[in-house]
Design a binder for this molecule. Structure first.
Ligand code: PMP
Length: 417
């Protein structure tokens, strides 16, 4: 980094004298190679790198950045490898693809109509969601993936004087939003059995957010526990992130009418198999939705495009497909949990479309690496409390067989370093 600073300060970079190549962002540390351009010219490979790695990648452009941007530690999404023939079990996508009705709907909007902006209020999708979930359309908000709905929620409803509470082991985007918006937060430890205990949230705060089921543990909370929290805490906004609820969790949607402080956030990325289109929604009292609308319309009036709107509506028209694919994932999950347990893994009791498991003898980071070498991608978090776990998405039965075969090979070799 010192080399880079030096190079930048001396304007060598800007004058094109140096090639900078920054290591993949997942590595977190800024490790840069600074090479004189004449060395690059000598090697066709380096010349190609010079073209592929734009100079700006390695630059510290802080003089042009807004205040605070340099201090941000952005969320790191799971790897999306650009190669075919991998067994991709790292980002909790649905292995079964969307309903055939979704493809028909997408074809039907792939017309000249795409020159027009989409409906900024997503009226038809909101009506569809409201009718299905027994809500008023004014109790529904839609956005560009639930990540965007979460981002708007943090700004619209969770930025107050008292801290926001969420679990110490949870969706790692929450602290990122807090730092982005300057929200004071406190992380509440999971129990030793990695469960959320909502009694631990009975402390001074302005808001509480947690996924149910929690991610990355997959453990669900009963509806009664969520209801008890809402009864105890009418003073705080309670946000339940139900990204994975359709795989066996208990939804808090029935509590919306009786609790004006409850907001539920859902996604089309998991059970509806539409991660590639980016659609999420929130449900809550019209007053909470109004706050979200205000922020959304101060940011982006058209967050959900025409194709996504049509696909989302169509996915709700194919109830049979939805139920069949969710049930299949639940069944495959049970089998996968059994197989992993038989290998000696401790597997947390998941009600999500992934499992969280650790092996008492094998290092999780090394297992992830060995699996990756065999083109099987799972998620490992280098984080306190969970670094010995792997998060494994429930794939097709064939995906799971490949995983088990690879684990069998790796663990019987007994050598994971
Ligand atoms: N919440 C949780 C708990 C998640 O794991 C994810 C997926 N990364 C999301 C929200 C966001 O999902 P999406 O933006 O695809 O709707």
């Amino acid at each position: 980094m010192a080399d880079l600073d030096l190079a930048y300060r001396h304007r060598w970079v800007r004058s094109g004298l140096f090639l900078l190549h920054e290591a993949p962002h997942a590595c977190r540390r800024s490790c840069c190679l600074v090479l004189p351009l004449r060395d690059c010219r000598a090697s066709p490979l380096l010349m190609r790198l010079a073209i592929l790695a734009p100079l700006s990648q390695g630059l510290k452009m802080s003089q042009y950045w807004s205040h605070g941007i340099g201090a941000l530690r952005p969320y790191i999404p799971g790897e999306q490898p650009a190669i075919d023939n991998i067994v991709k079990l790292n980002t909790n996508e649905n292995p079964f693809g969307p309903s055939p009705l979704v493809f028909d709907a997408i074809r039907s909007v792939a017309t000249d109509s795409l020159r027009l902006y989409p409906d900024p209020e997503a009226t038809e999708l909101k009506a569809t969601l409201a009718a299905y979930h027994g809500l008023d359309p004014r109790e529904v908000f839609v956005g560009n993936g639930s990540d965007e709905v979460l981002a708007l929620t943090f700004l619209a409803l969770l930025k107050h004087d008292a801290p926001l509470l969420f679990p110490d082991v949870t969706y790692s985007f929450y602290p990122v939003y807090c730092k982005l918006y300057g929200i004071d937060f406190r992380q509440i430890p999971l129990t030793d059995s990695m469960e959320i205990r909502l009694e631990d949230y009975d402390q001074q705060c302005s808001g509480i957010i947690f996924p149910n089921p929690n991610a990355p543990t997959g453990i669900g909370l009963p509806l009664a526990a969520v209801e008890d929290l809402l009864v105890r805490r009418p003073d705080a906004v309670v946000v339940v992130d139900e990204a994975y609820v359709d795989f066996g969790g208990e939804s808090a949607l029935p509590l919306i009418q009786s609790h004006p402080n409850l907001l539920i956030i859902r996604t089309f990325s998991k059970s509806r198999s539409l991660a590639g289109l980016r659609i999420g929604f929130a449900a809550g009292h019209a007053n909470l939705i109004e706050a979200l609308d205000r922020v959304k319309n101060s940011f982006n009036s058209y967050p959900v495009d025409r194709v996504a709107l049509a696909a989302a509506i169509a996915s709700y028209r194919d109830e049979r497909y939805f139920r069949r694919t969710c049930a299949a994932i639940v069944k495959i999950r049970s089998a996968l949990m059994l197989r992993l347990s038989a290998f000696g893994f401790d597997v947390l009791p998941s009600v999500a479309n992934f499992v969280f498991a650790r092996h008492p003898r094998f290092d999780a980071a090394m297992l992830a690496k060995r699996l990756h070498e065999r083109s099987i991608v799972v998620r490992h978090f280098e984080q306190p409390r969970i670094r010995e776990y792997l998060r494994i998405t429930v794939g097709t039965p064939s995906n799971c067989r490949s995983l088990i075969d690879a684990l069998s090979e790796i663990t019987t070799q007994g050598r994971v370093d």
